[in-house]
Design a protein around this ligand. Structure first.
Ligand code: HEC
Ligand code: HEC
Length: 389
């Protein structure tokens, strides 16, 4: 009999599970002290696998000259990311809505902020922000850099409800922070600018590059060769559909599977999305952001299996539902992207059941499960059970 199914082992693991769960829910309610490794984890020199060290990926690196990733900076970012002190009543952290086990997104269609209010939109995955080709953040693209973005959720009246003054005062008064700021920036001074920088370093360090698709690509001699010997016939059929009839690759492009802007992918024929405020695109691109246009960020599909539900409002619970949308559900509207229309009609390829299954099978090859357990990106406020127990 395999050891895992003996009653004694099951009982022991059950006990362990409940201790861990108890610890986790306790930690989300109490602002604690982080447990950090003696030597910081390696964030700065982590490299992409060879097939991603390519100009089609690297040229989108949005790391600014004045904020390179350092081990101490990303460590501070990690602590801030998981600290409920960043919210007014110390109940939510960034990680409440960006959960590691869900590819740093939220399994709830709308997230819940510090006072129990729902957010306007579905949370977004954080596993490729460093190489994000859109160069815009949030569903409506209103933030242009991570450094500009990271202080927004902290001050958002639904999400965390803090002022930057209150934030600085609170962190300054917390015993372990000045030391972490000194490690990261040379002096113990706590400023919101440094908070933004450290959080951005941490987020940039999270890159999902360890999927079955990556392993299969890595093993190929030819750079963009297909089919991929490391994937199944069904998965390769999914790739053909993704690059061919499905037109998916025309928007979710390259090895990061990310788009180049805000597009309307035909979810609605009238637009009721709130928020965004109808801002004009500063570059004057034809897809302007905001209310009334139905255009949203073309997000990366890396780790998409983990980041359900889908779309800016979390309307689809499964990848099958997403494929059904592109198969038969695309709706015409004045701003529907040209890649999804022919003349006045939406393109609806009507995939067969086998094609639908193949597309979903391919999307699942983009899952990097190491990202969900890597201690560099895990919650430092949850103390681990002592070794050997
Ligand atoms: C209450 C839930 C909640 C909290 C807390 C929260 N977020 Fe978010 N996050 C969201 C939602 C919802 C969106 C999408 C918002 C939108 O598009 O308007 C988002 C979007 C983002 C994005 C954009 C990703 C992209 O690819 O465009 C980043 C980065 C981000 N959050 C980082 C953070 C950081 C850092 C913190 C903590 C300081 C944080 N979030 C706290 C819910 C939350
Ligand atoms: C015209 C450009 C375009 C094409 C073609 C396209 N997409 Fe998208 N896709 C988008 C945009 C834009 C979004 C975000 C829309 C929103 O949330 O309102 C999106 C969202 C998604 C999402 C949800 C991601 C998330 O995290 O919520 C998945 C999955 C997806 N697309 C898969 C596909 C597949 C599979 C195909 C091909 C059958 C495809 N897309 C074709 C533009 C496109």
């Amino acid at each position: 009999m395999p050891i895992a199914s003996t009653p004694r082992f099951r009982l022991a693991s059950l006990a362990l599970v409940s201790v861990v769960t108890l610890g986790a829910s306790f930690a989300t309610r109490m602002a604690g002290t982080p447990v950090l490794p003696e030597t910081p984890y390696d964030y700065a020199s982590a490299e992409l696998p060879l097939h991603l060290q390519h100009s089609s990926v690297l040229r989108w690196d949005n790391t600014p000259d004045d904020n390179p990733i350092t081990d101490a900076g990303a460590t501070l970012g990690r602590v801030l990311f998981y600290d409920v002190r960043l919210s007014q009543n110390e109940t939510v952290s960034c990680a409440s809505c960006h959960r590691q086990e869900h590819g740093f997104s939220d399994p709830r269609p709308l997230s819940i902020g510090f006072e129990g209010e729902p957010t306007d939109r579905n949370s977004m995955a954080l596993s490729f922000a460093r190489y994000d080709r859109t160069r815009r953040f949030f569903w409506d693209g209103r933030a242009r850099t991570l450094e500009a973005l990271t202080l927004e959720p902290i001050q958002d009246p639904v999400e965390m409800g803090m002022t930057l003054d209150a934030l600085e005062a609170r962190l300054e008064a917390t015993a372990f922070y000045p030391g972490l700021f000194a490690d990261a920036f040379g002096t113990p001074e706590v400023t919101s600018d440094r908070v933004a920088k450290a959080l951005s370093q941490f987020i940039r360090s999270i890159v999902a590059s360890n999927s079955r698709y990556d392993a299969a690509r890595e093993a190929e001699e030819e750079l963009f060769g297909r089919p991929l010997a490391g994937l199944t016939e069904q998965e390769n059929r999914g790739i053909e559909l993704f690059f061919g009839e499905g037109r998916c690759e025309q928007c979710h492009s390259g090895d990061m599977f990310v788009g180049n802007g805000l597009l309307n992918n035909g979810l609605d024929s009238t637009f009721t999305d709130l928020g965004g405020g109808g801002r004009r695109d500063p570059l004057g691109l034809k897809t302007v952001t905001g209310r009334g246009r139905g255009a949203f960020k073309t997000v990366s599909l890396r780790n998409v299996e983990l980041t359900a539900p889908y779309m800016h409002d979390g309307r689809f619970a499964t990848l099958e539902e997403v494929v059904d949308h592109y198969s038969t559900g695309v709706r015409i509207s004045p701003t529907l992207d040209p890649r999804l229309r022919r003349g006045g009609r939406p393109i609806r390829p009507s995939f067969t059941d086998d094609e639908r299954a193949a597309l979903v099978a391919f999307l699942r090859t983009l899952t990097d499960t190491t990202l969900t357990t890597d201690p560099r990106w895990s919650d430092p406020f949850v103390s681990r059970a002592p070794a050997g127990q």
